[in-house]
Design a protein around this ligand. Structure first.
Ligand code: IDP
Ligand code: MG
Length: 140
């Protein structure tokens, strides 16, 4: 099967009306949308999604932020789209993210405990399978 990735437009991006801009960049790159949803995630879903970060100083602020409002969740598809979307997104720290990337063009540091950096993208095929099952259990 062609590679898939789980992409989220985080609450900051959703609130700023940037879901369309993020999806535009994904489609312009040539990846296909497989599934799309708008939802406000609860703590249970987020603690599964961010299990690897439990215990880190930004973990609680991250869950608080991510549950603060709607997100746009998408499954995208295309050869090497996991790596490709990470490249479109740019570095985690939006100050360091290069111009031309989503976080570099549209994000900035707001001086908070958690970096509000607009998007999430799976970082490996294992993460992608795990995350897609969390956000789109019907996809299989
Ligand atoms: P990623 O989203 O670029 O894959 P991760 O290391 O998986 O980055 O971290 C998940 C999210 O947690 C980041 O997108 C960001 O919102 C937040 N985060 C990660 N590291 C830090 C940090 O050092 N300070 C504040 N927030 C962070
Ligand atoms: Mg990550």
């Amino acid at each position: 099967m062609t590679e898939r990735s789980l992409v989220l437009v985080k609450p900051d991006g959703f609130a700023r009306g940037l879901s369309g801009e993020v999806l535009r960049r994904i489609e312009a790159k040539g990846y296909r949308l497989v599934a799309l949803a708008v939802t406000t995630p609860d703590r249970d879903r987020l603690s599964q999604h961010y299990a690897e970060h439990e215990g880190k100083p930004f973990y609680e602020p991250l869950l608080e932020f991510m549950s603060s409002g709607p997100v746009t969740a998408a499954v995208i598809e295309g050869e090497r789209c996991i790596e490709g979307f990470r490249s479109l997104a740019g570095k985690t720290d939006p100050t360091e993210a290069l111009p031309g990337t989503i976080r570099g063009d549209l994000g900035r540091d707001w001086g908070e405990k958690v970096q509000k950096n607009l998007v999430h993208g799976s970082d490996s095929s294992e993460s992608s399978a795990r995350e897609i099952a969390i956000w789109f259990p019907d996809l299989g």
